[in-house]
Design a protein around this ligand. Sequence first.
Ligand code: NAD
Length: 255
Amino acid sequence: MTDTVLDLFKLTGRRAIVTGGSGGIGLAIAKALGEAGALVALVSRTRTRLEAAATEVPNSVAVPADVMTIDPGQLVDECEAALGGPIDIVVHAAGFQHREPSVDFPVEQWDRLIRVHLTAPFLISQELGRRQLAAGRPASHIFIGSLNNWQSVVPNIPAYAAAKSGIGGAMRALSKEWSGKGIRCNGIAPGWVHTELTETLFSDWSRAKSIIARIPMGRLAEPSELGSVALFLASDASSYITGQMLVVDGGWTTS
Ligand code: NAD
């Protein structure tokens, strides 16, 4: 029987790693991939939180790890063992924020932010890419960018802005090298989502209101609205898309 277009979104039998899978955007993405049939390894630091998240994600396992410090080879080995085979999809959604004026910004926080948002995604993708290229295995790598890829949206986040600008370049570089061999690399640049990462912004209601007033759609994004986009990029529905940073911002950047 001929597949319908909806069949292109199915991830049955594919194995995925989602870093930052215990909450926020990462958890919503993991749910979308799991609901589409993928086996999902949720990676984050705290085992109890991760195991609670795993109960919400079909076909998932918890793999506690700090992406800042873990050896990428060890992480991929652990995920492959937990899922019973090689990885087809990775979504790099681990992240945190540190807000401080640039004149006072501590180098330790600069290093941590660059490590989590830029170096770790590259190293994990590098490790996966080595294995997938050697096996001739098609794959989809998805990086989470930000409007800070292009804009200086709010003050006091110089390291985050640098890392998010950098991840777009790293993603395009990997796409250039690997897409001809079956590994597509793309990114998602979310607009505004109320999660732990943005809690300090959105707990200030007057600030939240002024941000929302600038969004043409007049509201924040739901994490699930990033999940469905990640499913599109992870699946064969996006088979001719690579090297793109897909903006999901309710119209912010074009208004
Ligand atoms: P969140 O704080 O809700 O979730 C972040 C996740 O990353 C958590 O599960 C956390 O435990 C995990 N994490 C943090 N450091 C880690 C580490 N060292 N090792 C492993 N896991 C770690 O944040 P979120 O808003 O869901 O952010 C997810 C991604 O989306 C981040 O890359 C963030 O920069 C990006 N983003 C968020 C927004 C937004 O408005 N919330 C906008 C643009 C981009």
